[in-house]
Design a protein around this ligand. Structure first.
Ligand code: RTP
Ligand code: MG
Length: 142
C-alpha cells in the first residue's frame, strides 16, 4: 500500500471536550504519524475557503459558524493508505450512523459538530494540506 498524506482537523467540539490527545492517539495507534500540527482559531474567510465546495449547500453558514466557534487542531497524517485509513477511523459524517468504536461515534453527537475532518481523496489531501501548511512546516520522520 502506498505511503500517503492526509489532512485532519480536530474540530472545535472535540477540542472543547479536551479530546485532542485521545483522538491523536487513535491516529498513532493505527500506524499514522503526525508530520505537521498547529492549533488555530479559524475566521470566516479561512473556514469558508476550506469548505468552498459546500458554498451553495443549505448547511454552509452553520458549518462556517461552527468551525469558527473555537480553536481547532490541524494535522498532516502520514502512512500507508492514510486517506482511507483516516476516514475509517473517523466513521460516518453523521455520528448517529457512525460505526461503534469510530471517532465520531465516540466523541460526537450531531452532524454539525462531528469532532473531526479528514480529506476525502488524495487530490483533496494535497489541496487541503497546502491550504494550511507550507512545505517547511511538514516534518517527515525519514
Ligand atoms: P468533513 O469534510 O468535515 O470531513 O466531513 P465529511 O467529508 O464526512 O462530510 P462533507 O459532506 O464533506 O460535509 C462537510 C461537513 O458539513 C456538515 N454537514 N452537514 N446538515 C447536513 O446535512 C450536513 N451535511 C454535511 C458536516 O459537519 C460535515 O462534516
Ligand atoms: Mg468532506
Amino acid at each position: 500500500m502506498a505511503n500517503q498524506r492526509t489532512l485532519s482537523i480536530i474540530k472545535p467540539d472535540a477540542v472543547a471536550k479536551n479530546a485532542i490527545g485521545e483522538i491523536t492517539a487513535r491516529f498513532e495507534k493505527a500506524g499514522l504519524q503526525v508530520v505537521a500540527a498547529k492549533m488555530l482559531k479559524l475566521d470566516d474567510d479561512k473556514a469558508g475557503g476550506f469548505y468552498a465546495e459546500h458554498k451553495e449547500r443549505p448547511f454552509f453558514k452553520d458549518l462556517v459558524g461552527f468551525m469558527t466557534s473555537g480553536p481547532v487542531v490541524v494535522q498532516v497524517l502520514e502512512g500507508d493508505d492514510a486517506v482511507a485509513k483516516n476516514r475509517d477511523l473517523m466513521g460516518a459524517t453523521n455520528p448517529k450512523e457512525a460505526a461503534p468504536g469510530t471517532i465520531r461515534a465516540d466523541f460526537a453527537e450531531t452532524i454539525d459538530a462531528n469532532a473531526v475532518h479528514g480529506s476525502d481523496s488524495p487530490e483533496s489531501a494535497e489541496r487541503e494540506i497546502a491550504y494550511f501548511f507550507t512545505a517547511d512546516e511538514i516534518c517527515p520522520r525519514g
